[in-house]
Design a protein around this ligand. Structure first.
Ligand code: IMP
Ligand code: MG
Length: 194
């Protein structure tokens, strides 16, 4: 694997900007859910991990965390469609609890919509979405987003949880992938969307 600099065409969101925005989201969430009952932050693996761990430190009211994983058929793991499979389910019962889904990025919207439908059958008190990056212009299905970090242009990005062929999730910033250099596996095999 190359050093990340090879694939980086530009830094889209700096570490500082991410952390400042996440602090704001944490404050907002803490205010909105205060005194409302039990709150569970549900992280969608693996992309949402860095966002969750930073966000939860800024949520000052009591809450639990949980993890889910999904996979989706797409082109080399870069695009999802309607067929979303749950590959890791929650351990916790969410009946009557407030669920806040913590997701790295919403693109077409298929992944998060499938997760919402799946969890809604368990009759939580509410389900809301907190997404770090919103690729709004790519949306194919409507998604109710309650908390949004940033709206971004239609560019393939990596870092801060988002991967390029499973690597570089550890970068503390969001970078734009140089598609000239990144040839990826575009054979249309099943790609794990995470
Ligand atoms: P959606 O179902 O099309 O909304 O896709 C959401 C999932 O696609 C995200 O959870 C990511 O795993 C993946 N994804 C979408 N755009 C990007 C990107 O620019 N970089 C890395 N992963 C992405
Ligand atoms: Mg994801």
């Amino acid at each position: 694997m190359q050093d990340y600099h090879y694939y980086l065409s530009e830094v889209l969101i700096t570490e500082d900007a991410l952390q400042r925005r996440i602090a704001e989201l944490g404050e907002q969430i803490s205010r909105d859910y205060a005194g409302k009952g039990e709150l569970v932050l549900v992280c969608i693996l693996r992309g949402g991990v860095l966002f969750l761990t930073d966000l939860m430190r800024k949520v000052t009211i009591p809450h639990a965390i949980e993890f889910m994983a999904v996979s989706s058929y797409g082109v080399g793991g870069r695009e999802s469609n309607g067929q979303v499979r749950i590959t890791l389910d929650l351990n916790l019962d969410i009946f009557n609890k407030h669920v806040l889904l913590v997701e790295d990025i919403i693109d077409s919207g298929h992944t998060i919509s499938a997760v919402i439908d799946f969890l809604a059958t368990r009759r939580p008190a509410s389900i809301s979405v907190c997404v770090l990056l919103d690729k709004e212009e790519r949306r194919e299905v409507e998604v109710p987003i309650r908390y949004r970090g940033f709206t971004i242009p239609n560019k393939f990005v990596f870092g801060y949880g988002l991967d390029l062929d499973d690597y570089y999730r550890n970068l503390p910033f969001i970078g734009v992938v140089d598609l000239q250099k990144y040839q990826g596996s575009e054979q249309g095999s099943e790609g794990a969307i995470s």
